[in-house]
Ligand binder design. Sequence first.
Ligand code: SAM
Length: 205
Amino acid sequence: MDVIEFFNNTCDHEDDWTANGWSSWETQQGMFSVLSHILAGNSGSVLDVGCGTGCYYRFLQQRLGQKFPLWKYTGIDINPKMVERARRENEDIDVSLRDVMDHDGPPHDYVIGAGTFNVRIDGDQTLYLQQRMEKMFSLAKRGVALSLLSRDLCSEEHQQETRDQLFFYDAPSVLLACLHYITPNVKLDHTSLPSQFIVYLHKDG
Ligand SMILES: C[S@@+](CC[C@H](N)C(=O)[O-])C[C@H]1O[C@@H](n2cnc3c(N)ncnc32)[C@H](O)[C@@H]1O
């Protein structure tokens, strides 16, 4: 499946969570909350890989309140419609139309990806994910947090219904790919959310 085409089809939905491929507002916000466990300290910079329509930007604004100006947010997305809508709906947001594999420049403290690599691609999905996680890790000064659909947490029915479009990752294989190719400082949270797990990669152990 082509990733841009997949999100061209969701992006016109009025609801922000549906536009970004989530089943509900609660699921999306719960995911943001769990991913944000990695953010430490009172200030820093965040790169949101696959920022979609900019919902995580608004989440951070609300979550951080008066401390928000101490954080620098940057969003990137490969989908032109998503980037256009993110700019339209979020005054002053810093977003660019870019594939993470082409993103360079100074590193960010934290690199976040909420549901970014769950669309099934043609080819080796584990290698595709590993290369993108490696790139995210190279762009981070402190850590990476990424959510993935779990083969073991999603119902068989849901996996069957969406199998042509979505990929459900095998958590142990993802953990091994991180350990072998990226860093031993990896934590996998398979407990916090109904159908997904989170990979946290830390630079400093
Ligand atoms: C499931 S949506 C999530 C959007 C947003 N993170 C949220 O949770 O509301 C995934 C987004 O990742 C983007 N994306 C997929 N692969 C990407 C890549 N290689 N580089 C940048 N963005 C990517 C898609 O275009 C899509 O907008």
